[in-house]
Design a binder for this molecule. Structure first.
Ligand code: ZN
Length: 271
């Protein structure tokens, strides 16, 4: 599943090239997770101002309104001037004067949604419950610790929920908890300020490294130019059950938390 680094890598791979483009057509394929919310032809003639990001949503600001794009479980965007005809898993072609932005999404959990503004429906509802942006200054250790104090679930599941901090999905949660030497099953409200600070720093470090490495390519992630990511090759614990911990050589363990696999070192992450 594309996580924050993959979404940000995707954004960077086409945002500058699509800026100032005029929309010629919006063609939609099979239904996605949510409806567009407006007739596609009303977007014809609009200009793309820029492409930002909030959590795992790409926010394409137009001269009037904003398009929210979400990659869901299996989506990827391609941007180019000579794309082949749309295939059975291509569910959006945004045809512009600079090229075609295409959403390829076999499982169709992705979304393309229009809103008149970010603080208007449906954008306000989709973005309203999101936690802090982990790579921005507003994400800082004391408020992170204060938010964790309110949560009784395991720290891994609180990270995945996205309402304290966004974008720390399954891979990066396992990696950050390993780097901070915190057992994934420990209750969030039991973490001291010192340990929450270590986790805060680890989240930033892990996501920052993933961005530099172009994200993780686990199944078929690629950015909008077709580039693949390499973070998965650097993972210390994720996907490495039974292999030696890079710090202490104990075998990495895997457990299930809320339907998701969690990888950890039983020695380095004692509590
Ligand atoms: Zn270890």
């Amino acid at each position: 599943m594309p996580e924050l680094p993959e979404v940000e890598v995707t954004r960077r791979s086409f945002a500058a090239r699509i800026a100032d483009a005029r929309i010629r057509a919006l063609r939609l394929g099979k239904p996605l997770r949510w409806p567009l919310g407006v007739a596609p032809e009303t977007l014809v003639g609009r200009t793309v101002r820029d492409v930002g990001r909030r959590g795992k949503y790409l926010l394409m600001t137009l001269d009037e309104g904003v398009l929210l794009l979400h990659l869901g479980m299996s989506g990827r965007l391609v941007f180019g001037t000579d794309l082949p005809p749309a295939g059975p898993h291509d569910h959006m072609d945004l045809v512009t004067t600079r090229g075609v932005l295409r959403l390829h999404d076999p499982r169709r959990f992705g979304a393309v949604v229009w809103a008149p503004a970010l603080d208007a429906a449906p954008a306000a509802r989709l973005l309203g419950g999101l936690g802090a942006e982990p790579l921005e200054d507003a994400f800082e250790p004391r408020s992170f610790h204060a938010a964790l104090r309110q949560r009784h679930a395991s720290i891994k599941q609180v990270l995945l929920a996205g309402d304290v901090v966004v974008g720390v999905g399954n891979i990066y949660a396992s990696e950050a908890l390993f780097e901070a030497r915190i057992r994934p099953t420990v209750r969030a409200d039991r973490l001291s300020l010192a340990r929450a600070t270590r986790l805060h720093d680890a989240i930033r470090a892990v996501l920052g490294r993933a961005l530099v490495l172009g994200g993780s390519t686990l199944r078929d992630f690629a950015d909008a130019t077709g580039g693949t990511g390499h973070f998965q090759l650097e993972a210390a614990v994720y996907g490495r059950a039974g292999q030696p911990c890079p710090a202490c050589a104990a075998p990495i363990r895997v457990l299930r938390q809320g339907q998701r696999s969690t990888y950890y070192c039983p020695v380095c992450q004692r509590s």
